[in-house]
Design a protein around this ligand. Structure first.
Ligand code: FEO
Length: 404
């Protein structure tokens, strides 16, 4: 049985939720599932905006078939060729062989790469600023390279003032029947998963996101329809503010993200003491064990917090593996403009501090607040002064002078 919902009088959501996916893109856990959004416009012509992942193709076709209600499908707009949206294109063409595909030349090239199909005569190529009419609705196309792949484009419906934003403004989590962000407490319940989605999926490409945000700022937006997560029809400006912060690598809050890697608990002990001292000074702390919390969550909090404390034991003369994985993610997602504190541990040859500093030192706007605190096996009483110095350095930046 189909399940669809109306976005506007003419536009119907025909996507699907996936709650069985363990790891989105094979790496990001999605315990609350994910939605693959597809939208059907019923105008003088029918226009489908993107398809879905193979995992939900059957539900998608039930929904699309019901929404079409016997009409033929005239157009498919492809925003993005990543298979979580494009996998089902081949099956769509089998069921609706007369459909014309609206896409750009980069999407055309990827169609040839992903599919052994003959697209001759099926494509209508568009570029930045081109317009198209389906009858009552007219559209313009906005190229959005690297948000999140190079071929990505957005489509703006001038009639409904509605933006099909591709991956941008997406959120992890199944919709669970809730199509619109304002049908629940998005900023209370979903913002963390929106941040984790943004930072892990698009976080590396802040400059490109900023370029698209500048284009979007010129548009009147009554609706924003992303490929994942809820549709926006109110309070979009509040979400846009978060995107401005995330894409410019500006912290959302004055706080400290502490991540530690500890094999037997001694590095954890130092991190715990540091956390306690920070909280005693009125500083907000968000704390993670890299062996327990997946890197995608910690990365998301590193984008959120102004200060970052990384504490790692030395392992095989390197950084402990779970911390090494986190640092790999921080570097590859291009985190910038953070104050960093490093703690290292090593019973005979501590090396993790130097290696962490080398890796993070490549990032733009990263400042190290201290000489690395070195623990040999276990923190000693006389080293508390070093932790106090770290707390003083952080407090000098986060606690108002009158309260210090
Ligand atoms: Fe949701 Fe970049 O695909």
């Amino acid at each position: 049985m189909h399940f669809t919902r109306k976005v506007t009088q003419d536009l119907t959501w025909v996507g699907a939720d996936d709650r069985r996916l363990a790891c989105f893109e094979g790496v990001y856990g999605v315990p609350d599932g994910v939605s693959y959004n597809s939208y059907l416009l019923q105008d003088e012509k029918t226009v489908l905006f993107d398809t879905v992942d193979k995992a939900v193709y059957q539900t998608f076709f039930e929904n699309l078939n019901a929404a079409l209600a016997g009409r033929k499908l005239d157009y498919l707009v492809i925003s993005h060729m990543e298979p979580d949206h494009a996998y089902t294109i081949e099956a769509l063409l089998t069921r609706y062989p007369e459909v014309t595909i609206l896409c750009n030349s980069k999407i055309q090239a990827m169609l040839g790469q992903f599919f052994d199909l003959d697209f001759d005569g099926k494509l209508h190529l568009v570029k930045e600023g081109d317009t198209f009419s389906s009858g009552r609705h007219s559209f313009t196309f906005i190229m959005a390279p690297m948000v999140h792949w190079p071929e990505v484009m957005m489509t703006y419906d001038l009639t409904d003032k509605l933006l099909f934003s591709a991956d941008a403004f997406g959120t992890f989590g199944a919709l669970n029947g809730r199509l619109f962000a304002d049908e629940g407490d998005f900023f209370g319940e979903n913002l963390d998963e929106a941040r984790r989605y943004y930072t892990n999926i698009v976080g590396k490409y802040g400059a490109q996101v900023q370029a698209v945000l500048k284009k979007a700022a010129k548009l009147e937006l009554d609706y924003v329809c992303p490929l994942h997560g809820p549709v926006w029809r109110s309070r979009f400006g509040d979400f846009l503010e978060k995107y401005q912060l995330w894409s410019s690598y500006t912290p959302e809050e004055n706080s400290v993200c502490i991540a530690y890697a500890s094999v037997y608990g001694h590095t954890e002990n130092a991190a715990n003491i540091l956390a306690g001292k920070l909280v005693e000074r009125g500083i907000k702390v968000r704390m993670f064990d890299t062996s327990v919390t997946p890197a995608s969550y910690i990365l998301s909090n590193a984008f959120r917090c102004s200060h970052l404390v990384l504490a790692s034991t030395t392992y095989n003369m390197g950084i402990f593996v779970t911390m090494e994985n986190l640092i790999h993610d921080l570097v590859n997602h291009n985190l910038q403009n953070r104050a960093v504190v490093l703690l290292e541990n090593g019973s005979w040859a501590p090396a993790s501090g130097k290696l962490m500093r080398e890796a993070l030192g490549t990032l733009k706007g990263v400042r190290f607040l201290n000489d690395t605190v070195t623990i040999k096996s276990a923190l000693k009483e006389e080293q508390l002064v070093q932790l106090d110095a770290v707390v003083d350095a952080i407090a000098a930046e986060l606690v108002p002078a009158a309260e210090q």
